[in-house]
Design a protein around this ligand. Structure first.
Ligand SMILES: Nc1nc2c(ncn2[C@@H]2O[C@H](COP(=O)(O)OP(=O)(O)OP(=O)(O)O)[C@@H](O)[C@H]2O)c(=O)[nH]1
Ligand SMILES: [Mg+2]
Length: 474
């Protein structure tokens, strides 16, 4: 059943000047509407052209919507362009679609859109084309989300994840798991129905094994969620340390431009500065901060407060220190509990003797249990190695998991977490010989949570939320 009977139109390309721009029309009247505003140069009526073929045409604004063959309509020519009709059998929305490709001018595109509206179309809502594709069964929900992830991909790695989801690999995996849960549920429920006759359809031990297997699979997917988020949204790397150690110099070196002010006065940086870089297909936001120290200065105090706030949101801390300061007292307090989230960096290594530097780095590493590296922003020593280390820290786990599926979407992660929660409940109930009904309820919850990922189980509220994030025209 069609979820909507009206025909929608929208500008599908970004606003602004461009080589070409596209207006999309989709719905049962797409052809009839386009017919009113398109005059093919071949003088053929649009209805007569083969699906998925391009045709040169004048696109006109017809004030008096003509009846009969639109190809003969009068009206003011808006632009010339290429028109393609895609029949519902093979279109993105699974409805009849006409795309009008013209010159990429905001004026032209708006005018064409107005012409479509005058001819009977309605302006599409954000994501409505993709929503129709979902409603008409062309895509499942996780694939529809992958369309958005593709449009928004910030890095090649993020794009690769989105593309795998778009091809439906995630849903296939999750659906297979859901079918297994449903079949377990059927057996548990059958056991409930026949309890009087003392027939068991599935043994407790067998059920425990199956539940445990399913739970393991979900947990494996959840492990990929962290790296999935980094691939999708990029990672935040916060550079911090005491004043004057060379934090801003390091940021500038990474950016290859003098973005932050560098002076030999401690307390130069007062504010949090951030810039983005793409390293090895990864998107990183590098954040420079105010040096940490006790200060009476109100402005500096606020800067330090912001530094701490930035640090708490970091995926990775680059904790910079000054080699000359450390020589006297190599006391270093790590800032993060998790050693994986902090790299200790001894800067200004050019100012101390080579063997002293080696000993210093070794001592700090041993005492703190944190990976410690020496660099000199001044000479460039160690910068490349630091950069490689940062990327490998952030992508840890992705090398092995890129071959498997990566969960990159918060909604998917939360559904998987709920499924895992319900499954562990089911597992506990089974192990303690609880009523089969209890097991059944949890199994049902787990299967439903998995069903939310592909949209087999969904609510209007969830759908509106997902599609409202799309742009108009997609
Ligand atoms: N010799 C030497 N000097 C450096 C190196 N890196 C930075 N400096 C100098 O150290 C001083 C402080 O550098 P900044 O980058 O401003 O230090 P910061 O950590 O951002 O300082 P605040 O913003 O005050 O917290 C400047 O004079 C830099 O030129 C280095 O590798 N070797
Ligand atoms: Mg600074």
């Amino acid at each position: 059943m069609r979820f909507d009977e009206d025909t929608i139109c929208a500008i599908a390309t970004p606003i602004g000047e461009g080589g070409i721009g596209i207006v999309r029309v989709s719905g049962p009247d797409a052809l009839a509407i386009a017919n009113k505003i398109v005059r093919l140069r071949s003088a053929r009526p649009l209805e007569s052209v083969a699906s998925h073929t391009l045709h040169l045409a004048d696109i006109v604004f017809s004030d008096s919507a003509p009846t009969g063959s639109g190809s003969e309509c009068d009206g003011q020519i808006i632009d010339e362009g290429l028109v393609v009709y895609m029949s519902g059998a093979r279109s993105f929305t699974a409805e009849d679609v006409v795309e009008l490709q013209c010159h990429g001018s905001g004026v032209v595109l708006r005018r064409i859109c107005e012409a479509c509206l005058a001819a009977g179309a309605r302006l599409a809502m954000p994501g409505e084309f993709t929503k129709r594709a979902f409603m008409n069964g062309r895509l499942d929900l996780s694939q529809a989300e992958a369309v958005l992830d593709t449009i928004r991909a910030k890095s090649e790695a993020g794009l690769r994840v989105a593309q795998r989801h778009l091809r439906g690999e995630l849903s296939q995996h999750v659906d297979a798991l859901r079918r297994r849960l449903l079949s377990m549920l059927a057996q548990v429920e059958a056991g409930i129905d026949f309890v009087e006759e003392d027939i068991t359809f599935i043994g407790r031990t067998e059920l425990v094994t199956s539940l445990q297997e399913a739970l393991d699979q979900i947990q494996k997917m959840l492990v990929t969620a962290k790296v999935g988020r980094l691939l999708r949204d990029g990672a935040r790397v916060v550079i911090l340390g005491r004043p004057n150690v060379g934090k801003s110099s390091l940021l500038n070196a990474f950016l290859k431009e003098p973005r932050a002010i560098v002076t030999n006065i401690p307390g130069t940086t007062r504010d949090v500065l951030e810039e983005q870089v793409a390293w090895d297909g990864f998107r990183l936001t590098l954040v420079d901060t105010a040096g940490l120290r006790d200060s009476e200065d109100v402005v500096e105090q606020e800067g330090i407060r912001r530094t701490r706030a930035a640090a708490s949101e970091a995926d990775l801390l680059v904790h910079v220190m000054d080699a000359t300061e450390l020589l006297g007292q190599p006391a270093v307090t790590p800032l993060r509990e998790d050693p994986g989230q902090e790299i200790l960096v001894v800067n200004k290594i050019d100012l101390i003797d080579g063997s002293a530097a080696e000993r210093l780095v070794e001592t700090i590493g041993r005492v703190t249990g944190r990976e410690t590296m020496s660099i000199s922003v001044r000479t460039g020593f160690g910068l490349e190695r630091l950069q490689e280390k940062m990327v490998s820290r952030l992508s840890k786990g992705s090398a092995e998991s890129t071959d498997g599926l990566i969960v990159s979407n918060v909604r998917h992660r939360s559904a998987l977490e709920r499924a895992a929660g319900a499954l562990s409940e089911a597992l506990t109930s089974t192990e303690v010989n609880a009523e089969a009904e209890c097991v059944a309820v949890d199994l049902r919850d787990a299967a439903d949570a998995l069903g939310e990922i592909s949209g087999a189980i969904t609510t209007d509220e969830v759908l509106s939320k997902i599609f409202s994030e799309f742009c108009i025209g997609k």
